[in-house]
Design a protein around this ligand. Structure first.
Ligand code: SF4
Length: 477
């Protein structure tokens, strides 16, 4: 992908500008120095961007949970393969498939540049996540691909001559723990901060002597610094884009953070439980609910009422776990026990049926994901909707977690830290892992916990039920 795109055919747009209609992608590793030039549809624009964001979102989750590089790769690699795979060149590979994958990779990278160039914080998050993605791909590529990449881009590295190497032999071997036969590049030390910080290079007169075996650090440093500069340039050019009312809402949506996969409740209102849920069963399932839904359920039982946004958030969640519309009507009618049948029919029945697509626009509404709940209407006094990690005070959050059985100071400390860093779903994931650790902690033989972030309340529920079921099946032999 890093060969300059070949111009095949030029067309004129309505504005009289030349547009390149085709680009070649001879290699899969790229430093993304050439912007895409073809037209794509608005759907491709959004879908490709969201797919890349799934990958970067999972990388961010892993980074915020301090995963070691190997553990991070184990979590992220399947997601890369699913949403952003890049197959290697091979005689059997179909060029249309390779081109399609590389084109998507190229365009999605540049689309996210637009979304993530708007502030220092977004830029640094993007550079971090993209650099990790690049590192994983680089590490999984063939040496010939590394060589192609290095010889294509002019990195300005100086090869250390045999004479110089010989004169510095002792220092080089001691400070880099490399063998006598190693070759070295000389680069200004500020270009390899990681290697300098870890004392993995020999420094002299402002140059770092980097062994070829550490070349990935050099390439990565190039990738990150070029991307940082490019993002600043993009930010300066962005005001011109603000007039585009088709792209700006998409970009705003994308830059709101990580992406939460949509949760699809099945048409038959069947959940992971394998059966429709009855209204009377809801109380017995609360232990599988995430904190946001436990709070709503508790408030409903206490006040015999929930305000509009609370009813929406909780009602759609219950729909997602398998409550049919008939059972939902029974559930809400019984829960609002202090009002008459008439008042219920007049004021609430329509709303319940509406959520199931049986009234009004007849849209089949989906349960809200974490991004919608965290970034949606904040709760006012008397409201119970929202995400407790985002909307509760620290004291109230600790008290709410206590009601879930989370008293461990070290977990509470980590949760507070995540909340301070605005990683609300990471805090929620830690609580999930802690409260389900009795079923065998992550990484332990026989563990049924998956090492992935919670991004949807219904995902929390599904996973909790699956974990409990798997543990029961193991216990039953
Ligand atoms: Fe609910 Fe998501 Fe917040 Fe967890 S992170 S409490 S699932 S909104």
């Amino acid at each position: 992908m890093f060969r300059a795109p070949k111009k095949r055919a030029l067309e004129r747009t309505n504005f009289g500008k030349e547009v390149v209609r085709d680009q070649d992608y001879p290699e899969r590793l790229s430093l993304y120095t050439v912007p895409p030039l073809q037209e794509i549809t608005l759907d491709e624009f959004e879908i490709w961007a969201l797919d890349r964001l799934r990958v970067l979102g999972e990388i961010e989750n892993c980074l915020s949970r301090n995963k070691a590089p190997k553990a991070l790769e184990a979590v992220v690699k399947p997601i890369i393969d699913k949403y952003l795979s890049l197959s290697p060149n091979s005689p059997s590979a179909k060029s249309s498939i390779l081109d399609g994958e590389r084109r998507k990779d190229h365009y999605s990278h540049f689309i996210l540049r637009l979304a993530f160039c708007r502030s220092d914080e977004l830029r640094s998050r993007f550079v971090k996540a993209e650099s990790v993605l690049f590192r994983i791909r680089y590490a999984n590529a063939e040496p010939a691909e590394w060589q192609n990449l290095i010889s294509h881009y002019s990195f300005g590295w100086t090869q250390v001559s045999e004479e110089e190497k010989f004169s510095l032999r002792d220092e080089l071997v001691v400070s880099t723990t490399s063998s006598d036969h190693e070759s070295y590049f000389k680069v200004p030390f500020e270009r390899v901060p990681e290697l300098v910080a870890d004392r993995r290079v020999f420094l002299k007169h402002g140059d770092a002597y980097v062994p070829v075996s550490q070349q990935i650090s050099l390439v990565l440093a190039e990738f990150s610094s070029r991307l940082s500069k490019a993002l600043e340039l993009t930010a300066r050019a962005l005001p011109r884009l603000d007039e585009d009312d088709r792209l700006v809402p998409i970009l705003n949506h994308i830059s709101r953070g990580f992406v939460a996969p949509e949760y699809f409740s099945s048409d038959e209102a069947m959940s992971v439980l394998g059966e429709t849920v009855k209204a009377v069963q809801v109380d017995s399932l609360v232990s599988h609910f995430p904190l946001c839904m436990q709070q709503l359920h508790k408030g409903l039982r206490r006040d015999h009422h929930l305000r509009y946004y609370g009813r929406q958030q909780y009602g759609l969640f219950l729909k997602g776990i398998g409550l049919s519309v008939e059972e939902a009507l029974i559930f809400w009618r019984q829960s609002f026990s202090e009002i008459t049948d008439e008042k219920f029919s007049k004021e609430y029945r329509y709303n319940v049926r509406h959520n199931y697509g049986l009234e009004g626009s007849r849209k089949n509404y989906r349960p809200h994901n974490c991004v919608q709940i965290i970034g949606g209407n904040p709760p006012g006094p008397g409201d119970l909707h929202g995400c407790p990690y985002r909307h509760f005070s620290e004291d109230n959050l600790v008290a709410a977690l206590g009601s879930m059985g989370v008293h461990d100071n070290s977990i509470l400390r980590q949760v507070k830290e995540d909340v301070k860093n605005k990683h609300y779903h990471v805090a929620c994931t830690k609580v999930f892992e802690y409260t389900h650790a009795k079923y065998a902690p992550i990484g332990e033989k026989g563990s049924v916990l998956k090492d992935e972030a919670i991004t949807h309340p219904n995902l929390y529920f599904d996973r909790s039920v699956q974990v409990a079921k798997a543990a029961k099946a193991r216990a039953d032999g």
